[in-house]
Design a protein around this ligand. Structure first.
Ligand SMILES: NC(=O)c1ccc[n+]([C@@H]2O[C@H](COP(=O)([O-])OP(=O)(O)OC[C@H]3O[C@@H](n4cnc5c(N)ncnc54)[C@H](O)[C@@H]3O)[C@@H](O)[C@H]2O)c1
Length: 346
């Protein structure tokens, strides 16, 4: 605690800067420390956040009694080990996606959080995209009817130099386009459509010199009888879209990342008028929705606020370790199916 506020710290200052920005701004916590072995990144953080303590050593950071919550923003294969160390040192943790690269490793965080009585949450900020609430409501209320089909395509692009470090390695990234870029959309797919029963997949390396994959294709079957196709790639120059399309017996919804593209529900008072209203509010994505409605908070900010509030209110964070394991399990099933040529049942 610092000045009777929750003390927040971040290790890993790539995407970790988004965590630090959010903690620096949120009035119920104070950004007390940042940690990175990269001196340049530490220097930038020290210039940006007045009074923040800078650590090059993770072990020294863990000794800092002002730190209550620690964001773990390290390469994915380090998440479980570092989260467990932080929990053992008495810190609550917020872990970047994917929670780790295997379910077995990730569940060590869950076991440790239960044993220590501390909070452990995971970042999947796309669930808080403004348009996800109406989409989830349309499914849960039955307006979309019985889910029939989902089509998901993460058509992104990465230059070769992106893969010079830990990205695209099995031991630190746990995969490529699917485990790193598309895991957000895998999480949304299972959250929106339900538990996955099986996957039948292919993968390959098409446009980069990497160890893992830069393209996957899957046919997904769900326990509720629906099916989906899922494509991920980092070869789609210049980076095109994140298609999220849902079709049920009650209508169709299509989106590209946080932007709504189509909303046709057959039980509407006026199908076209309702769609026009929805496109007006959600068609331009998070920024316009946040501007119009001060109750909407998106992105990393929403998840940093959630973990701080979870600690203050002594409740579970929005996304638990177990919940975040679902997408990691699906991703690894895709890889197993692609390697063996067989359908993998989860
Ligand atoms: N939620 C999102 O939208 C999102 C976006 C990008 C990355 N991520 C995830 O965040 C994690 C980090 O990704 P990134 O793109 O920021 O990677 P990055 O390589 O840019 O940053 C990782 C940082 O960790 C530091 N580091 C490595 N070992 C360390 C150690 N022992 N002690 C202290 N610092 C250490 C590195 O110096 C580096 O600055 C990954 O798991 C990635 O999947 C999530």
């Amino acid at each position: 605690m610092k000045n009777s506020k929750i003390g927040y710290a971040v290790v890993g200052l790539g995407i970790g800067m988004a965590h630090a920005d959010a903690a620096y701004e949120y009035d119920k916590c104070e950004l007390v420390a940042v940690c990175d072995i990269n001196k340049d990144r530490l220097k930038k953080a020290s210039e940006k956040y007045a009074g923040v303590k800078c650590y090059e050593s993770f072990d020294e950071l863990l000794l800092d009694k002002e730190v209550d919550i620690l964001s773990i923003c390290l390469p994915s294969g380090m998440h479980a080990d570092y989260s467990v160390k932080a929990l053992e040192a008495g810190k609550h943790v917020l872990v970047e996606k994917p929670v780790d690269i295997t379910v077995e490793a990730a569940m060590k965080i869950d076991e440790c959080a239960r044993r220590t009585g501390l909070k452990a949450g995971v970042i999947h900020q796309n669930r808080n995209n403004a348009l996800m609430k109406p989409i989830k409501d349309a499914i849960d209320s039955g307006r979309l009817g019985k889910l029939v089909l989902g089509t998901f395509a993460v058509k992104w692009h990465r230059e070769q130099h992106y893969y010079e470090g830990w990205h695209g390695t099995w031991d630190m990234d746990g995969g490529g386009s699917l485990m790193n870029q598309a895991v957000h959309t895998v999480d949304l797919m299972q959250w929106l459509m339900g538990d996955v029963e099986s996957v039948s997949s292919k993968m390959g390396i098409y446009g980069h010199d990497i160890e893992t994959e830069d393209l996957t294709t899957s046919v997904v079957s769900f326990k509720n009888g629906a099916c989906a196709t899922f494509v991920s790639t980092t070869c789609a120059y210049p980076g095109i879209s994140t298609e999220i399309c849902l079709y049920g017996t009650g209508g169709s919804i299509e989106a590209d990342a946080d932007k709504l593209k189509l909303w046709k529900l057959t039980d509407s008072w006026d199908i076209d008028e309702e769609e026009a209203e929805m496109l007006e509010k959600y068609g331009e994505g998070n920024l316009s929705a946040e501007k119009d409605d001060p109750d909407i908070v998106c992105g990393h900010k929403s998840m940093i606020i959630d973990i701080v509030d979870a600690v203050i209110e002594n409740r579970e964070p929005q996304i638990s370790i177990k919940e975040a394991c679902k997408s990691v399990r699906i991703v690894n099933a895709v890889y197993e199916s692609a390697r063996t040529g067989k359908t993998v049942t989860l």
